[in-house]
Design a protein around this ligand. Structure first.
Ligand code: NAP
Length: 241
Protein backbone atom coordinates (compact mmCIF):
# COMPACT_ATOMS: atom_id res chain seq x y z
CA UNK A 1 0.00 0.00 0.00
CA UNK A 2 1.11 3.56 -0.71
CA UNK A 3 0.71 6.15 2.03
CA UNK A 4 -0.21 9.78 1.44
CA UNK A 5 -0.54 12.55 4.03
CA UNK A 6 -2.53 15.65 3.11
CA UNK A 7 -2.82 18.85 5.16
CA UNK A 8 -5.97 20.98 5.17
CA UNK A 9 -8.02 17.97 4.04
CA UNK A 10 -11.42 18.98 5.43
CA UNK A 11 -12.56 21.18 2.53
CA UNK A 12 -11.67 22.52 -0.91
CA UNK A 13 -8.72 21.06 -2.80
CA UNK A 14 -7.47 19.00 0.17
CA UNK A 15 -10.83 17.23 0.55
CA UNK A 16 -10.95 16.35 -3.16
CA UNK A 17 -7.33 15.12 -3.12
CA UNK A 18 -8.21 12.91 -0.13
CA UNK A 19 -11.15 11.43 -2.02
CA UNK A 20 -9.14 10.87 -5.22
CA UNK A 21 -6.25 9.12 -3.47
CA UNK A 22 -8.65 7.18 -1.22
CA UNK A 23 -10.50 5.80 -4.26
CA UNK A 24 -7.38 4.26 -5.75
CA UNK A 25 -7.58 1.04 -3.81
CA UNK A 26 -3.82 0.82 -3.23
CA UNK A 27 -3.40 3.93 -1.06
CA UNK A 28 -3.90 4.82 2.60
CA UNK A 29 -4.64 8.53 3.03
CA UNK A 30 -3.85 10.33 6.25
CA UNK A 31 -6.26 13.21 5.78
CA UNK A 32 -5.38 15.84 8.35
CA UNK A 33 -7.25 18.88 9.55
CA UNK A 34 -7.32 21.34 12.44
CA UNK A 35 -10.73 20.38 13.83
CA UNK A 36 -11.75 16.76 13.09
CA UNK A 37 -14.85 17.27 15.29
CA UNK A 38 -16.13 19.89 12.81
CA UNK A 39 -14.91 18.17 9.62
CA UNK A 40 -18.25 16.56 8.67
CA UNK A 41 -17.53 16.09 4.96
CA UNK A 42 -14.13 14.54 5.65
CA UNK A 43 -15.47 12.27 8.39
CA UNK A 44 -18.21 10.99 6.10
CA UNK A 45 -15.63 10.44 3.30
CA UNK A 46 -13.55 8.48 5.80
CA UNK A 47 -16.56 6.45 7.01
CA UNK A 48 -17.39 5.44 3.40
CA UNK A 49 -13.78 4.68 2.42
CA UNK A 50 -13.40 1.21 3.91
CA UNK A 51 -10.42 2.33 5.97
CA UNK A 52 -8.55 4.02 3.09
CA UNK A 53 -9.05 7.58 4.39
CA UNK A 54 -8.01 8.14 8.00
CA UNK A 55 -8.65 11.46 9.70
CA UNK A 56 -5.95 12.90 11.94
CA UNK A 57 -5.70 16.22 13.80
CA UNK A 58 -3.02 18.57 12.48
CA UNK A 59 -2.76 22.33 12.82
CA UNK A 60 0.22 23.04 10.59
CA UNK A 61 1.22 26.16 12.54
CA UNK A 62 1.28 24.38 15.89
CA UNK A 63 4.47 22.52 16.88
CA UNK A 64 2.93 20.14 19.44
CA UNK A 65 0.14 19.30 16.98
CA UNK A 66 2.73 18.44 14.29
CA UNK A 67 4.71 16.27 16.75
CA UNK A 68 1.56 14.43 17.89
CA UNK A 69 0.53 13.79 14.27
CA UNK A 70 3.97 12.37 13.38
CA UNK A 71 3.71 10.06 16.40
CA UNK A 72 0.24 8.83 15.43
CA UNK A 73 1.33 8.10 11.86
CA UNK A 74 4.48 6.36 13.09
CA UNK A 75 2.32 4.08 15.27
CA UNK A 76 0.36 2.99 12.19
CA UNK A 77 2.71 3.17 9.24
CA UNK A 78 6.35 2.39 8.47
CA UNK A 79 6.62 5.26 5.99
CA UNK A 80 4.98 8.09 4.09
CA UNK A 81 5.36 8.01 0.29
CA UNK A 82 3.76 11.37 -0.46
CA UNK A 83 3.27 14.48 1.67
CA UNK A 84 0.99 17.15 0.21
CA UNK A 85 1.36 20.48 1.99
CA UNK A 86 -2.00 21.81 0.89
CA UNK A 87 -3.22 23.88 3.89
CA UNK A 88 -3.15 27.58 3.13
CA UNK A 89 -4.89 30.85 3.89
CA UNK A 90 -5.89 33.95 1.97
CA UNK A 91 -7.78 35.94 4.62
CA UNK A 92 -11.22 36.90 3.25
CA UNK A 93 -10.67 34.81 0.09
CA UNK A 94 -10.14 36.17 -3.42
CA UNK A 95 -13.54 37.88 -3.43
CA UNK A 96 -13.16 39.85 -0.19
CA UNK A 97 -9.47 39.99 0.68
CA UNK A 98 -8.93 41.35 4.16
CA UNK A 99 -7.13 44.71 3.87
CA UNK A 100 -4.94 43.88 6.91
CA UNK A 101 -2.92 41.49 4.76
CA UNK A 102 -3.58 42.85 1.27
CA UNK A 103 -4.07 46.63 1.04
CA UNK A 104 -1.31 49.19 1.46
CA UNK A 105 -2.38 51.67 4.14
CA UNK A 106 -4.23 48.98 6.12
CA UNK A 107 -1.49 46.35 6.44
CA UNK A 108 -0.87 44.81 9.86
CA UNK A 109 2.33 42.95 10.70
CA UNK A 110 0.48 40.29 12.70
CA UNK A 111 -2.06 39.61 9.91
CA UNK A 112 0.72 39.28 7.33
CA UNK A 113 2.82 37.08 9.61
CA UNK A 114 -0.12 34.70 10.03
CA UNK A 115 -0.25 34.28 6.24
CA UNK A 116 3.49 33.57 6.12
CA UNK A 117 3.28 31.21 9.13
CA UNK A 118 0.67 29.10 7.37
CA UNK A 119 1.64 29.33 3.69
CA UNK A 120 5.44 29.53 3.86
CA UNK A 121 6.84 28.33 7.19
CA UNK A 122 4.43 25.47 7.95
CA UNK A 123 5.16 23.46 4.77
CA UNK A 124 8.82 23.43 5.80
CA UNK A 125 8.30 22.57 9.47
CA UNK A 126 5.75 19.88 8.60
CA UNK A 127 8.09 18.41 5.96
CA UNK A 128 10.98 18.47 8.41
CA UNK A 129 8.90 16.62 11.02
CA UNK A 130 7.87 13.92 8.50
CA UNK A 131 11.29 13.67 6.81
CA UNK A 132 12.31 10.39 8.48
CA UNK A 133 9.01 8.72 7.51
CA UNK A 134 9.41 10.05 3.97
CA UNK A 135 12.94 8.75 3.71
CA UNK A 136 11.56 5.27 4.40
CA UNK A 137 8.99 5.72 1.60
CA UNK A 138 8.81 4.39 -1.94
CA UNK A 139 9.83 7.11 -4.47
CA UNK A 140 9.01 9.69 -1.80
CA UNK A 141 7.84 13.18 -2.65
CA UNK A 142 6.87 16.42 -0.96
CA UNK A 143 4.40 18.57 -2.86
CA UNK A 144 3.91 22.17 -1.80
CA UNK A 145 0.61 23.57 -3.03
CA UNK A 146 1.70 27.01 -4.13
CA UNK A 147 0.00 29.44 -6.53
CA UNK A 148 0.85 31.10 -9.82
CA UNK A 149 0.15 34.31 -7.86
CA UNK A 150 3.63 33.71 -6.39
CA UNK A 151 5.29 33.80 -9.81
CA UNK A 152 7.26 37.04 -10.24
CA UNK A 153 6.97 36.91 -14.00
CA UNK A 154 3.19 36.43 -13.90
CA UNK A 155 2.54 39.01 -11.18
CA UNK A 156 4.57 41.85 -12.65
CA UNK A 157 2.40 44.52 -11.05
CA UNK A 158 2.97 43.34 -7.48
CA UNK A 159 -0.56 42.60 -6.35
CA UNK A 160 -1.90 42.10 -2.93
CA UNK A 161 1.01 41.72 -0.52
CA UNK A 162 0.97 38.82 1.92
CA UNK A 163 -0.65 35.98 -0.07
CA UNK A 164 1.37 36.19 -3.31
CA UNK A 165 4.54 37.02 -1.35
CA UNK A 166 3.98 34.00 0.92
CA UNK A 167 3.69 31.73 -2.15
CA UNK A 168 6.80 33.27 -3.79
CA UNK A 169 8.67 32.56 -0.54
CA UNK A 170 7.21 29.04 -0.46
CA UNK A 171 8.61 28.52 -3.96
CA UNK A 172 12.05 29.51 -2.69
CA UNK A 173 11.69 27.18 0.30
CA UNK A 174 10.75 24.44 -2.18
CA UNK A 175 14.08 25.02 -3.97
CA UNK A 176 15.94 24.88 -0.63
CA UNK A 177 14.29 21.60 0.40
CA UNK A 178 14.75 20.10 -3.07
CA UNK A 179 18.50 20.76 -2.89
CA UNK A 180 18.81 19.42 0.65
CA UNK A 181 16.73 16.28 0.08
CA UNK A 182 17.91 15.31 -3.41
CA UNK A 183 20.57 12.91 -2.09
CA UNK A 184 17.89 11.21 0.05
CA UNK A 185 15.87 10.61 -3.12
CA UNK A 186 12.95 12.78 -1.97
CA UNK A 187 11.36 14.77 -4.80
CA UNK A 188 10.23 18.25 -3.72
CA UNK A 189 8.08 20.37 -6.01
CA UNK A 190 5.71 23.34 -5.95
CA UNK A 191 2.42 23.11 -7.83
CA UNK A 192 -0.39 25.47 -8.88
CA UNK A 193 -3.81 23.76 -8.63
CA UNK A 194 -5.58 26.19 -10.96
CA UNK A 195 -7.91 29.06 -10.02
CA UNK A 196 -10.68 26.94 -8.57
CA UNK A 197 -14.07 27.51 -6.91
CA UNK A 198 -13.38 26.75 -3.28
CA UNK A 199 -13.96 28.94 -0.23
CA UNK A 200 -10.65 30.59 -1.08
CA UNK A 201 -11.07 30.91 -4.86
CA UNK A 202 -14.69 32.07 -4.57
CA UNK A 203 -17.53 31.80 -7.12
CA UNK A 204 -15.67 33.86 -9.73
CA UNK A 205 -12.79 31.40 -10.05
CA UNK A 206 -12.22 29.78 -13.44
CA UNK A 207 -12.72 26.07 -12.71
CA UNK A 208 -14.49 23.60 -10.49
CA UNK A 209 -11.95 21.63 -8.42
CA UNK A 210 -13.01 18.46 -10.32
CA UNK A 211 -11.75 20.07 -13.57
CA UNK A 212 -8.15 20.52 -12.41
CA UNK A 213 -7.38 18.49 -9.28
CA UNK A 214 -7.57 14.98 -10.85
CA UNK A 215 -5.02 16.11 -13.45
CA UNK A 216 -2.90 17.64 -10.68
CA UNK A 217 -2.83 14.26 -8.89
CA UNK A 218 -1.60 12.59 -12.10
CA UNK A 219 1.10 15.24 -12.50
CA UNK A 220 2.21 14.62 -8.91
CA UNK A 221 2.40 10.87 -9.61
CA UNK A 222 4.64 11.38 -12.65
CA UNK A 223 7.24 13.60 -10.97
CA UNK A 224 10.67 12.00 -10.68
CA UNK A 225 13.92 13.09 -9.09
CA UNK A 226 14.84 14.86 -12.38
CA UNK A 227 11.84 17.17 -11.76
CA UNK A 228 12.80 18.07 -8.18
CA UNK A 229 12.86 21.78 -7.35
CA UNK A 230 10.37 22.63 -10.11
CA UNK A 231 7.12 24.60 -10.16
CA UNK A 232 4.32 22.94 -12.14
CA UNK A 233 0.85 23.86 -13.30
CA UNK A 234 -2.06 21.43 -12.67
CA UNK A 235 -1.75 20.24 -16.29
CA UNK A 236 1.97 19.54 -15.93
CA UNK A 237 3.37 22.61 -17.69
CA UNK A 238 6.29 24.22 -15.85
CA UNK A 239 5.48 27.68 -14.44
CA UNK A 240 8.12 30.42 -14.71
CA UNK A 241 9.42 31.74 -11.41
N1 NAP B 1 -8.57 27.94 -4.78
C1 NAP B 1 -7.69 28.44 -5.62
O1 NAP B 1 -8.05 29.03 -6.65
C2 NAP B 1 -6.21 28.28 -5.35
C3 NAP B 1 -5.32 28.79 -6.31
C4 NAP B 1 -3.96 28.66 -6.09
C5 NAP B 1 -3.50 28.01 -4.96
N2 NAP B 1 -4.39 27.54 -4.03
C6 NAP B 1 -3.83 26.88 -2.84
O2 NAP B 1 -4.43 25.61 -2.68
C7 NAP B 1 -4.45 25.25 -1.29
C8 NAP B 1 -5.86 24.84 -0.90
O3 NAP B 1 -6.71 25.94 -1.16
P1 NAP B 1 -8.31 25.83 -1.22
O4 NAP B 1 -8.74 26.62 -2.38
O5 NAP B 1 -8.75 24.44 -1.05
O6 NAP B 1 -8.66 26.70 0.09
P2 NAP B 1 -9.82 26.56 1.18
O7 NAP B 1 -11.04 25.98 0.58
O8 NAP B 1 -9.88 27.90 1.83
O9 NAP B 1 -9.21 25.49 2.22
C9 NAP B 1 -8.04 25.79 2.92
C10 NAP B 1 -7.70 24.60 3.78
O10 NAP B 1 -6.50 24.90 4.52
C11 NAP B 1 -6.76 24.59 5.89
N3 NAP B 1 -5.91 25.34 6.82
C12 NAP B 1 -5.71 26.67 6.91
N4 NAP B 1 -4.89 26.95 7.94
C13 NAP B 1 -4.56 25.75 8.51
C14 NAP B 1 -3.76 25.37 9.60
N5 NAP B 1 -3.11 26.27 10.36
N6 NAP B 1 -3.63 24.04 9.87
C15 NAP B 1 -4.27 23.11 9.13
N7 NAP B 1 -5.08 23.42 8.10
C16 NAP B 1 -5.21 24.73 7.80
C17 NAP B 1 -8.23 24.92 6.07
O11 NAP B 1 -8.70 24.34 7.28
P3 NAP B 1 -9.88 25.04 8.17
O12 NAP B 1 -11.18 24.56 7.59
O13 NAP B 1 -9.60 24.55 9.55
O14 NAP B 1 -9.72 26.52 8.04
C18 NAP B 1 -8.79 24.28 4.82
O15 NAP B 1 -8.88 22.88 4.98
C19 NAP B 1 -3.94 26.49 -0.53
O16 NAP B 1 -2.58 26.33 -0.22
C20 NAP B 1 -4.13 27.61 -1.55
O17 NAP B 1 -3.24 28.69 -1.33
C21 NAP B 1 -5.73 27.65 -4.20
Amino acid sequence: MRTVLITGANRGIGLLLSRLYGERGDTIVYATCRRPDRANDLRSLSADSGGAVRVLQLDVTDGPSIAACVERVRNEAACIDLLINNAGILPGGVAAREPSSSAFGSLSAEAMLEVFRTNTIAPVTVSQAFAALLQAGDEPRIINVSSDAGSFSRSATGGSYAYPASKAALNFMTRCMAADLKDSGIVVAAVHPGFVRTDMGGPGAHNEPEETVPSLAEVIDRLSIEDTGGFYNWDGRPIPW
